[in-house]
Design a protein around this ligand. Sequence first.
Ligand code: ADP
Ligand code: ZN
Ligand code: ZN
Length: 703
Amino acid sequence: MKWRVDVAVQTPAHSALGDVLSYVSGVEVTPGALVRVPLGRREVLGVAWTVQAADADDPPSLALKPVTAVLDALAPLGESWRDLVAFAARYYQRSLGEIALAALPPQLRDLTAVQLARRLKRRSAVPPPDVEDAAPAALALSVEQAEALARLDAETGPFLLFGSTGSGKTEVYLRAVATLLQRDPDAQALVMVPEINLTPQLEARFRERFEGRFGAGAVVSLHSGMTHPQRLASWLAAHGGTARIVLGTRMAVFASMPGLRLIVVDEEHDPSYKQQEGARYSARDLAIWRGHREKAKVILGSATPSLESWYQSRPAQAEDAGGRYTRLSMPSRIGTGALPAVRLVDMNLQPPKTVLSGALLDAIGQRIARGEQSLVFLNRRGYAPVLACADCGWKSECPHCSAYRVFHKIDRTLRCHHCGFTERVPRACPACGNLDIAPVGRGTERLEEHLGELFAAVRRPDGSAIRIARIDADSTRRQGALESQLAAVHAGEVDVLVGTQMIAKGHDFRRVTLVCAIHPDGALFSSDFRAPERLFSLLMQSAGRAGRDAAYVSAQGATGEMWIQTHHPQHPLFAALRRHDYEAFARRELEDRAAAGMPPFAFQALLRADARTQEAAQAFLNAANRAADALEGADRVTRYPAVPLAIQRVANVERAQMLIESSSRAALQRLLAAWQPLLHDLRRAPEGKGVIRWLVDVDPHSI
Ligand code: ADP
Ligand code: ZN
Ligand code: ZN
């Protein structure tokens, strides 16, 4: 007796090989089992997808290569997991094998059946932990928290937990998880957060809450900052059911969890849930799909929900049956009750070239004098975005990209933030030899320096020197640097913290009473229709860092403040922000989007081509466009002309894209699916000459 096994393996991107490859096995293989199979000259890991008895003399199966090994020490991946992978592959236009293998821990690829069996044995040899009840003294829930929890328990969802910054959403997640785990000894919960490194606090809170009650291995993490052995260990614990809680970033949405009953997506609006390379999936959207498939409850939480989720949670009204999500609101802040006051500084009234207005400097000075902290937020790292020659007009362009190289003063380099090309800063203008080349504009590094000069003479209440620190991708590159810098802020060693959006998100800084955004205007007039949404949520999140602790607010006679320096103080976005009125902002944005027929009222995809020349990239897209004309249902989908990307050239590759849009998600999906084979063919046709790669981005985040 023989079996024909169709196996999902990682085939090269865009290869013409089908979704699964067929092999033959002399033993029966369970679908979902991990197998090792020959592929070309290599032997690779794969997932058995479908298995059928094959006639031993059947000529087609005689020609198949045999499965090399079945990793049967591991329970096969469940049907619901395979369904999730298949759905993601279909929806995001990727191959099954690519998604399946990317969803497995990388180390699994290198283990033989024997090594894996040994690892699993070692794991199960670990003695069960002492289960003693070390639950911390219970907080009394706020009325809003209690109400949200009651509805989470009673209704099916999916839920949008719309709670202000500091309203205690995390406590709601913790309780919802606790209730579930206590009720059902096999239940597992998946808790996703945008960037786990930014919130070591959250991980600590989960461990503290659950390890005492459910054992030391009850909480595992899953994110890209872990080593391969750590990731494998977490994954095995989730798959084996010993981990009751998986805390992870977007990749965790694919964790195999046989007892999954609850999925939390914290800060669901965060752009990092959308994968930006390879399979461009949205972990938030997949969480909703997965919850539905596995009958697990899904909680999306945010103070500034994505407009998609907000719209999906609209209440029923007159003709409209309402959205599919249940909206739960927690408008009040725990503790101080008050959200910070938002103050706008009209930069038109400031002397030209003002970086920090006098009033803002005074306000920061007062915080220092009271022993409180300030956050200064500027979304641009480096010293200056451009270096320029005043004589001949030379600018620090990257030779490989259509972008300027950023001046980093610390190591005196010009660095391209797109391709990484780095050079020492030239002594003189490379074009005319002028010695007087100067930085233009400013980034966090220069701002830090500037603040240092301005406050050089200022002392703390105890007479000691003040400390200004910076947190951005540059200052945190070294392993452990971010943790130690955050710890210094929490310990009160830092008076003024300068940083990029890394400091705006999630942190529960207790002593911060002032937050300011120095230069947020760029996003107001961006060509990307999601830019205002992102700016609003970033500013709300930033404001949410201020005045979180009554001890540092009312006791000092001050409230938390959010300062915004802008040239457009009349902009309606700021008016809504001043009132902390996300709902007003969302209403206005949704009206605009409805009028313009944009998401969430339409569904989009991008077809992108990268090529040696812009002409070649666009020619491919135009040919693809013509090819799509013949497809059934093409008339229900709008295809826009090919255009260069905003940053047209990166690392000497020219990039172009074409927007595809439809009011029907199904129509868009059908077109994309039918288009896929034509695109593969085109790539090999004359129209594909010079094309390096192409890709489809479904529900793209930025256009
Ligand atoms: P969010 O996630 O909504 O921004 P957090 O969950 O971080 O808010 O809560 C803000 C602060 O309030 C945290 O320090 C948390 O420990 C505290 N907190 C939450 N719920 C309560 C409660 N019921 N009573 C007292 N403090 C609470
Ligand atoms: Zn010059
Ligand atoms: Zn470059």
